[in-house]
Design a protein around this ligand. Structure first.
Ligand SMILES: [Zn+2]
Ligand SMILES: [Zn+2]
Length: 414
């Protein structure tokens, strides 16, 4: 479930509630559009209700929130799970809840900012330890031999739970529930002193203008790639700012009412002797006879650039990759019906191994090689494919990809 964050415009201070996936927003007070750079981990807190005599005596306990899809490839096959959890990120007395449960979804959170004088407990547990716990909880790995594990489309943030000291005891500063004796908290504090707000925690913003021509860039709030209406250049919002990306499209004519974005990732896999598309078809043992020209066609993987259920994600990636020879993308030109790219290209590259695993008809020939494959791809091309309206579904005629409209809606909240 999505988290709602009370956001303050960096230009005019106007308040607006944003979803945690928001990367682009336009302020309804001053009209200024901004991008939120994705590099830093968001630091959010549940606003305290119980006042403290001195604000700095509100003690904020960190929880790591992980929301995303975990894919595994093991001797048992391919498995996936959508995970949405919070786990304590500091060594705490046992009375402190190990997870925040549904509390972050039940109320509007606020971003840590310099005007709050809270004491933030430091995060003392490494992400890796927390992720391993997430994997254990989701029951994805048993005794099987694990060949591959990836987190796709994940959203990671720190959410703080406010506590308040009240004489010799510590209370939950939202529910006023008694947590533990102050002495127990002192032990936890001895592991790392509490911090006040650090300037490095501040989010970075960029004005939403095309870096090439200065035209105002428009798009959906959860988009990660934007096309300039004026100069037709495409940009991806990355931790280094707006990066120019290559983009193409297949014009679907008047029948195409929706264009869905895919990342086209050129990737040879020498570990499996895959250089050309013909090598790929032979390696994954599909019942197709490679055409002569496929030997000259560089291998590329096609990964959905939007979030949908993991099952449909793998299936769409497989169908686009296997049927790529039927599509000839040309120069991109912005049309209506473009669906926003909501999955960054770096995540698309991380999904290649899972899509390779999904495609193969000979798991024993491919799966054991997955750990050895080194991904070399440094970039991806954004390609929009045309989809036709089939009532409850969108259909891509050349590749046969069918995507439920409900599934796309679900993907926006993933
Ligand atoms: Zn504003
Ligand atoms: Zn432009």
């Amino acid at each position: 479930m999505d988290i709602q964050i009370e956001h303050e415009c960096s230009q005019c201070g106007g308040k607006k509630v944003l979803s945690e996936a928001t990367r682009f927003f336009s302020c309804s007070y001053c009209g200024v559009g901004s991008f939120i750079l994705p590099d830093r981990i968001s630091r959010l807190f549940i606003p305290p209700v119980i006042p403290s005599s001195d604000e700095s005596s509100h003690l904020l306990v960190p929880y790591l929130r992980f929301k995303g899809t975990v894919f595994t490839v093991s001797s048992r096959g391919i498995a996936h799970r959508v995970v949405d959890t919070t786990q304590t990120a500091a060594t705490m007395p046992s009375e402190i809840p190990p997870s925040l449960g549904v509390r972050p979804q039940a109320m509007k959170l606020q971003r840590a900012a310099s005007n709050h004088r809270f004491s933030y407990l430091p995060k003392t547990i490494k992400n890796k330890v927390i992720f391993d716990k997430v994997i254990n909880i989701s029951n994805l790995i048993n005794e099987d031999e694990l060949y591959h594990l990836s987190y796709i489309g994940e959203n990671i943030s720190l959410i703080y739970l406010p506590l308040v000291s009240d004489g010799n005891v510590v209370r939950d500063a939202v529910t006023d529930r008694l947590i533990c004796d102050h002495s127990k908290m002192e032990e936890a504090l001895s592991l790392g002193a509490a911090d006040s707000f650090k300037s490095g925690w501040q989010l970075d913003y960029l004005p939403s203008i095309c870096p090439h021509c200065g035209w105002s860039l428009e798009g959906e709030g959860d988009g990660v790639a934007f096309i300039c209406q004026n100069c037709d250049r495409a940009w991806e919002l990355t931790r280094d700012g707006m990066v120019k990306i290559k983009w193409q499209m297949v014009d679907g004519g008047i029948q195409a009412h929706c264009y869905l974005p895919f990342w086209l990732i050129n990737e040879a896999i020498p570990e499996l002797n895959i250089i050309s598309f013909a090598d790929f078809i032979t390696c994954v043992n599909l019942p197709m006879i490679p055409k002569q020209e496929w030997h000259q066609r560089d291998m590329s993987f096609w990964v959905p650039a939007f979030k949908i259920s993991p099952k449909s994600f793998l299936r769409a990636g497989k169908q686009a990759t296997v049927n790529q020879w039927k599509i000839e993308p040309g120069k991109g030109k912005k049309l209506s019906g473009f669906y926003p790219a909501t999955l960054p290209s770096s995540e698309g590259i991380q999904a290649v191994k899972a899509i390779l695993a999904k495609t193969t008809a000979s798991p024993k020939k491919v799966f054991p090689f997955l750990p050895r494959i080194k991904m070399k791809s440094r970039g991806a091309t954004l390609v929009y494919l045309p989809f036709f309206d089939k009532g409850h579904d969108w259909l891509q005629p050349e590749t046969g990809i069918v995507i439920g409209k409900n599934n796309l809606r679900f993907g926006r909240s993933m």
